[in-house]
Design a protein around this ligand. Structure first.
Ligand code: IPM
Ligand code: MG
Length: 354
């Protein structure tokens, strides 16, 4: 059987990190003797420039029929002033919506070799192992909106069904971990948050009696992520809160460039992407950190291709590079150990074994 993976390099550093992720996927498929067909397609600004649409119909068609999708990054200053439907981000948001990818998983672990690179003191980082579960197809990102010259609005909407399905996923994931879920909301102010809190309570009372559930306000969550990050296990959020808190949480690990993510629906292909953006300031220099992208391949192997052993192998190879003291410039603390994006890829490949 041949599996198919679509790669969407996108913009900025997207193509650079996608190149390394693709090499790793190719190498692991050879090691596994698994036939994987990799098909590259356009998204974001690159698609706008070449066909005038951030999510071309052909890209969507390839994605729908694939087993899994990998995305580099979208966006950049070149398209910053475009109308909403002509922004690169619409490509990614449209893809999430069209494929029903309602759950975004962002694991945050601190690699022991990087304890000193984090912005936090090492003693606060001991035991940090967070899984952010972010609702991805609702809320402010997809509510009614509008803008005139003197006025604009975005609305946040959530239905019980949307909250139930993401809560259930968070509960099931917590069962495979330390058995705790922290749900984030702003229930002291927002109606959507009050519905969120009540629905999460109902789902957990009915289906997850053995899971410890706590609720915290989003402003407090932002603080606790810095003051006691090791207390979190599964962190459940709506769309916008999850976007903000996941960038904050990435700083625990030392660099936004390190973290992978998986976006999953009820069925169909998953979408795997590093959580960093297109980083236009460093694009084209060959210095972007490909870790988040390569670790997204590990998540792709685990969640969409059912290859847990291969997923572990990719994680171990990345860990081996970091243990050897090799760093891209975002993490370099010692002169002389800085390597390029491609060399990081070479180092991962040379350590890859099943
Ligand atoms: C992310 C990104 C996206 C988001 C952007 C690029 C639309 O920041 O995946 O976190 O806001 O969801
Ligand atoms: Mg974000």
């Amino acid at each position: 059987m041949t599996l198919s993976v679509v790669t969407l390099p996108g913009d900025g550093v997207g193509p650079e990190v996608t190149a390394q992720a693709t090499r790793v996927l190719q190498a692991i498929s050879e090691l596994l003797n698994l036939s994987i067909e990799i098909h590259e397609a356009l998204i974001g600004g690159a698609a706008l420039d070449s066909v005038g649409n951030p999510l071309p119909a052909q890209t969507l068609e390839y994605c729908r029929s694939a087993n899994a999708i990998f995305l580099g990054a979208v966006g950049g200053p070149k398209w910053a002033n475009a109308k909403v439907e002509l922004r690169p981000e619409q490509g990614l948001l449209g893809l999430r919506k069209a494929l029903g990818l309602f759950a975004n998983l962002r694991p945050i672990k601190i690699h022991p070799a990087l304890m000193d690179t984090s912005v936090l003191r090492p003693e606060l980082l001991k035991g940090v192992d967070i899984l952010m579960v972010r609702e991805l197809t609702g809320g402010l990102y997809f509510g009614k909106r509008g803008r005139s010259t003197s006025y604009a609005f975005d609305t946040c909407e959530y239905s019980v069904r949307e909250i139930e399905r993401i809560s259930r996923l968070a509960g099931n994931l917590a069962k495979t971990r330390r058995g705790k879920v922290t749900s984030v909301d702003k229930a002291n102010v927002l109606d959507t948050s009050r519905l969120w809190r009540d629905t999460v309570d109902q789902v957990f009372a009915a289906e997850f009696a053995d899971i410890e559930l706590e609720h915290i306000y989003v402003d407090a969550a932002a603080m606790y992520l810095l003051s006691r990050p090791a207390d979190f296990d599964v962190l459940l959020t709506e769309n916008m809160f999850g976007d903000i808190l996941s960038d904050e949480a990435s700083m625990l690990s030392g660099s936004l460039g390190l973290l992978p993510s998986a976006s999953l629906g009820a069925d169909g292909p998953g979408l795997f992407e590093p959580i960093h953006g297109s980083a236009p300031d460093i694009a084209g220099q060959g210095i972007a950190n490909p870790c988040g992208a390569i670790l997204s391949i590990s998540m792709l192997l685990r969640h969409s291709l059912d290859q847990p052993q291969a997923a572990d192998a990719v994680e171990q190879a990345v860990a081996g590079v970091l243990e050897a003291g090799l760093r891209t410039s975002d993490l370099a603390t010692i002169e002389g150990n800085t390597i390029s994006t491609t060399t990081f890829g070479d180092e991962v490949l040379s350590r890859l074994s099943l």
